[in-house]
Design a binder for this molecule. Structure first.
Ligand code: FAD
Ligand code: G3F
Length: 593
């Protein structure tokens, strides 16, 4: 261990000399590790670079009634939360600048704040790839869509030699993951718009398996216009406070202790095995308390570096920061570095072409909503109550009718994932152009294969605003599956035509690469035979390391079209089983050294 790295205050404050597990990142994947390991009796310490921004730690910000009344307003929250990962010099040139204003006179004078990256080329960037830094990570504003990956098309093979074992393992992991994040397909079943879109599309495309979008949420009460959107809080809220909501915990379990350090950057992990290439052992995590002294009354701000000592280390800091921390630890992934403990770090990355449009529902569809003779009683009651209260309203749709949440799942013939819904993102605000009740968003996600040349690489000489090595993307669309994006776009227009006419300004378009925010493969899992092209095994344990694990969408090695978080939770659950086994076999952690 570095002599100049003092132990973290937390060791002193808690009296714990060595934690069982250290976790970097408090998003849904860090939460999964923390929840399972704490509940198995282990002491867990988590470092999160961002702040706690919600009253309940890691809760979804869309739970505020204000945003549920007007989903478009949430667009700004998402915009505010996301920080671009890599901005090329060309995007920072402003020809219209007042001639008297300061400007760089050549590219070497480019400043490096806000993701500006002198090494980023424009042609192979993922310009919309972004990160969220706060307790709960991106799940504090995610859409909550939690589908499974389709076997044979998207789902990785944990047991490639046994289809039955593989199916059984995925069934178990997916069920546990759904229960942990609280996925449901029934929370919108008393929505007029949801049923209207669902039934219209089922009728138009009967063979496509069209269904409600599985969402991690629950309606507050039957008939309530509000839902509680689940974020990382749903995974680990009960380990923050064992007497939450005044209800003492009734489960008589030996629960470990959990400590969350906010505004605390995991800078790097220290390899205590010298130049060994195998059986490498991580001895400490080096963390920086970014606010140290800032709130303690002293006038001088001085971030403080500390060491945290644990038996097992988990890096689950999102698909960008996970390889970034490993790169900063000297394990690989730095441009120009040749001696790498993890040669595949940041290579074979994947992303999803995203097609988008918005439509306004057809006149006959809207008329049919108000034609009540064949509608269920709850529908009749809702429309009648609305028309009585607002006889001047031309639309027979209650103001707080829940939005549509419909899914066309990935199939072999149509290998893309479609969401026909209303959602807030950094784009797609209907604004005053249309009554939001008749607007429907169509988001179609295609897949891309991993390719050795598509990578995220970290720069030695340039840091991001948080002082970590700057990430540069080298990504061009792959030829495998390339035709699928075009077929998907055509399919989206067919589906749109069944529903209505385009909202001007939101006609069918491909969005900027990276916008799906489903970056995959940065720390990909593989089988023993694929060690050279993968970072970790299917227990998420990094190859050649005894006590290092990774988590997040970066672990997914396959091309996938559906939203990945449920699958990443499932894989993290599998990893916790391995960690529990390792710690049970070696309670002191001595043999992990
Ligand atoms: P994150 O949620 O990114 O959390 C990582 C955490 O690590 C962050 O809190 C970050 O601050 C922290 N961190 C980073 N660097 C460091 C460091 N050096 N030290 C300490 N901490 C660090 N996915 C779906 O599956 N379905 C959806 O419907 C969906 N909708 C989305 C909608 C939006 C608007 C966005 C932005 C994303 C959406 N996603 C969706 C993606 C989903 O949010 C992510 O897949 C998920 O949050 C990933 O979880 P994670 O824990 O791996 O990473
Ligand atoms: C993605 O990250 C989510 O997975 C989707 F569900 C969401 O609708 C989309 O972003 C918005 O573009």
């Amino acid at each position: 261990m570095d002599q100049d790295l003092p132990p973290h205050e937390i060791h002193k404050n808690t009296g714990i000399d060595q934690f069982d597990v250290f976790i970097a990142g408090s998003g849904p994947i860090g939460a999964t590790y923390a929840r399972l390991l704490t509940r198995h009796g282990y002491n867990v310490v988590m470092a999160e670079i961002g702040d706690q921004e919600t009253r309940v730690p890691a809760a979804h910000k869309k739970n505020e009634i204000d945003y549920q009344k007007d989903i478009d307003r949430f667009v700004r929250v998402i915009q505010g939360a996301l920080s671009a990962v890599s901005v090329p010099p060309s995007s920072t040139v402003v020809p219209e600048l007042d001639p008297s204003a300061w400007r760089p006179t050549n590219e070497s004078q480019m400043t490096i704040t806000n993701g500006r990256n002198p090494y980023q080329k424009t042609h192979n960037n993922l310009p919309a790839e972004a990160v969220t830094r706060c307790v709960g990570g991106m799940s504090t504003h995610w859409t909550c869509a939690t589908p499974e990956f389709l076997k044979g098309e998207e789902r990785p093979k944990i047991f490639p030699d046994s289809e039955t074992a593989d199916d059984d393992e995925w069934k178990l992991l997916y069920e546990a993951a759904r229960s942990l994040i609280g996925t449901s397909s029934t929370q919108f079943e008393e929505s007029i718009r949801h049923n209207t879109v669902l039934e219209t599309l089922k009728k138009a495309f009967p063979e496509r398996g069209i269904k409600p979008l599985p969402l991690a949420c629950n309606r507050l009460a039957k008939g309530s216009p509000y839902v509680r959107w689940h974020a990382a809080d749903h995974v680990y809220y009960d380990i923050f406070d064992q007497n939450l909501f005044g209800k003492p915990n009734s489960e008589n379990i030996n629960r470990g202790k959990f400590f969350l350090l906010t505004n605390t950057r995991c800078t790097r992990l220290h390899n205590t095995t010298g130049s060994a290439k195998e059986n490498v052992h991580v001895g400490v995590a080096e963390v920086m308390d970014l606010l140290a002294d800032g709130f303690s009354g002293t006038t001088q701000h001085k971030p403080v570096n500390f060491a945290i000592n644990a038996k097992v280390y988990v890096v689950a800091a999102g698909a960008v920061a996970t390889p970034q921390i490993l790169a900063n630890s000297g394990f690989g992934g730095i441009r120009g570095q040749t001696e790498e403990l993890i040669p595949a770090l940041g290579k074979h990355i994947t992303e999803q072409p995203l097609a988008f449009c918005q439509i306004i529902l057809n006149q006959h569809i809207v008329e049919n909503i108000g034609s009540l003779h064949d509608k269920p009683q709850w529908w009749k009651d809702a429309v009648n109550a609305h028309m009585n209260a607002h006889p001047e309203d031309p639309l027979p749709i209650p103001f707080q009718d829940p939005e549509p949440q419909v899914n066309i799942p990935v199939t072999e013939d149509f290998p893309w994932h479609a969401q026909i819904h209303r959602d807030a993102f950094s784009y797609g605000e209907a604004g005053p152009r249309a009554d939001s009740r008749v607007v429907v968003d169509l988001r179609f996600f295609a897949r891309q294969a991993g390719d050795l040349n598509n990578r995220i690489v970290f720069e030695e000489g340039v840091t991001d605003v948080y002082g970590m090595p700057q990430a540069t993307f080298e990504y061009t669309p792959t030829t495998q599956f390339a035709d699928e994006a075009g077929r998907m776009m055509k399919d989206m227009t067919d589906v749109a035509n069944a529903l209505g006419g385009y909202l001007p300004g939101s006609e069918p378009q491909f969005m900027a690469p990276g916008l799906a925010l489903h970056l995959g493969g940065t720390v990909r899992l593989g089988q023993g035979k694929d060690q050279a092209s993968s970072v970790a095994n299917f227990n998420s344990q990094v190859w050649n390391f005894r006590n290092l694990y990774v988590g997040g969408n970066g672990v997914i090695p396959t091309a996938f079209a559906a939203n990945p978080t449920l699958t990443s939770i499932a894989l993290a659950l599998r990893a916790t089983r391995q960690i529990v086994n390792a710690l049970r076999a070696d309670p002191t952690g001595e043999n992990l050294k």
